[in-house]
Ligand binder design. Structure first.
Ligand code: DOR
Length: 441
């Protein structure tokens, strides 16, 4: 009779402070039972991670898996498979599905669907509307309330002062905001695109949704958080003006994230990606990109999430502004960041904060984000010595494309472990594995 379900032997195990040591990890009942050199235990399954790095599973705290309503783009089955392929063991999914997740009934449907088919662990946001206050405060379990302050994909939108005050003033849950100012977006859309004006360059998207649109909404959300003492999380920060503003105005109640898209792409990339690079908030300048890296390094930005927002190739190929906003990303964030680490753009300690324990702490996820005894046995076993080029045809996301195609990346997982079970190995999903709902402290 083996002592435990799984033992990962001889890997370089990463501690949260960025140090690595050669050790075995034993998993029992979905948790880390012990970590140490040459454990004298037997596992039902044993893996040799010799020469490989063992990291806590990545937590992607912002994904759109389109289920229900747009499952031709992605669904919880395909999205979760793309996640584990990229070393992401837990995701938090956004409410702008069809129908949107704005009450207990819709949340329950998502939870049931995820229990049926998700190979990664899952959590969900509840979406705010101008009149679902009771639902956003009572429905559960949720990781937080999502407010679209400016229109994006889907119909969710809350932008009047009264409606925003009402949400911030009533309740205590974390509020995550998509911070772009609706009034300014509308005015600029009218002036750039109104009266049937023709645009032949998608780069105008970054001018319409300019950094001031983002800054106005970010300032407004910060004011509301301060006025009502309310926990605020600012999603996908994009601009230098916002980093500068938040560096001076962030409080203990405010946290911030940014995406790999804004860390590794700029508006110059429209030239080769066209509308495939279109997202909200949009790509910006090299100066903005530098400011995001600085913000991450000085703690103004707390962590990285992908905003995985898949649209099919044919949808993305439409002429602007018919082309939808959003790019995939859940399966490339870890290799992108490990490649950045290998290129000395960050330390392993920073990477572990930004991708693993940072989001776990901010969303109060129980037992996640660290390789320590008693924590959930979620990890990615990666090879940081070989490089593989990103190719559309290798992607696990249903939409089969990546904005990072052509890049040579290291750090691809050879195994991804979810709750002590092998969910990904030999470049294949282990179809029988299921994730669990994220628990919150
Ligand atoms: O570009 C985006 N796409 N930004 C969002 O806020 C939503 C997302 C989507 O769901 O497509």
């Amino acid at each position: 009779m083996p002592d435990c379900e799984l033992i990962v032997r001889d890997g370089w195990v990463a501690a949260s402070d960025g140090t690595v040591r050669k050790a075995d990890i034993a998993c029992r009942n979905g948790r880390i039972d012990s970590i140490g050199p040459s454990l004298e235990l037997t596992g039902k399954t044993e893996i040799s991670a010799r020469g490989l790095v063992v990291l806590p599973g990545v937590i992607d705290a912002q994904v759109h898996f389109r289920d229900p309503g747009n499952t031709h783009k992605e669904d919880l089955a395909s999205g979760s498979r793309a996640a584990v392929r990229g070393g992401v063991t837990s995701f938090l999914e956004m409410p702008n599905t069809h129908p949107p997740t704005i009450n207990q009934q819709e949340l329950d449907k998502k939870l049931a669907r995820a229990a049926e088919c998700s190979v990664a662990n899952y959590g969900f946001f509840i979406g705010a509307t101008p009149n679902n206050l009771e639902h956003i405060n009572s429905a559960g379990p949720v990781c937080g309330i999502k407010i679209f302050m400016g229109s994006s994909t889907g119909t969710l939108l809350v932008h009047s002062d009264d409606d925003l005050e009402n949400i911030f003033a009533n309740g205590s849950r974390l509020i995550a905001v998509h911070a772009e100012d609706e009034e300014r977006l509308r005015a600029r859309m009218q002036s750039f695109l109104g009266d049937g004006k023709k645009v032949d360059d998608v780069a105008v998207h970054s001018q319409i949704r300019d950094d001031q649109s983002a800054l106005i909404a970010t300032k407004r959300a910060v004011r509301l958080s301060k006025k009502f003492n309310r926990r605020l999380h600012i999603l996908h920060l994009t601009s230098a003006v916002e980093v500068d503003y938040l560096r001076d105005n962030k409080t203990d109640l405010i946290t911030v994230e940014c995406t790999p898209n804004h860390l590794f792409l700029t508006e110059n990339d429209y030239a080769h990606l066209g509308s495939f690079a279109q997202m909200n908030p949009p790509l910006r300048t090299i100066r903005d990109q530098q400011a995001l890296w600085e913000g991450l390094k000085d703690g103004t930005i707390d962590f990285i999430a992908t905003d995985h927002a898949p649209h099919t190739k044919s949808e993305k190929a439409k002429a602007y502004p018919e082309s939808p906003s959003g790019m995939p990303g859940v399966e490339t964030s870890l290799p992108m960041m490990l490649t950045a680490w290998k290129n000395d753009q960050c330390t392993l300690k920073q990477l572990l904060k930004w991708l693993c324990w940072g989001p776990a702490e901010i969303y109060g996820m129980t037992g996640k984000g660290r390789l320590e005894q008693g924590f959930d046995a979620d990890f990615a076993i990666v090879d940081v010595n070989s490089y593989k080029t990103v190719r559309d045809e290798d992607m696990f996301t249903k939409v089969s494309w990546s904005q990072f195609r052509g890049r040579k990346l290291t750090g691809w997982p050879l195994w991804t472990i979810v709750g002590g079970k092998i969910a990904f190995a030999d470049n294949k999903i282990q179809e029988e594995v299921r994730g669990s709902p994220v628990r919150y402290d």
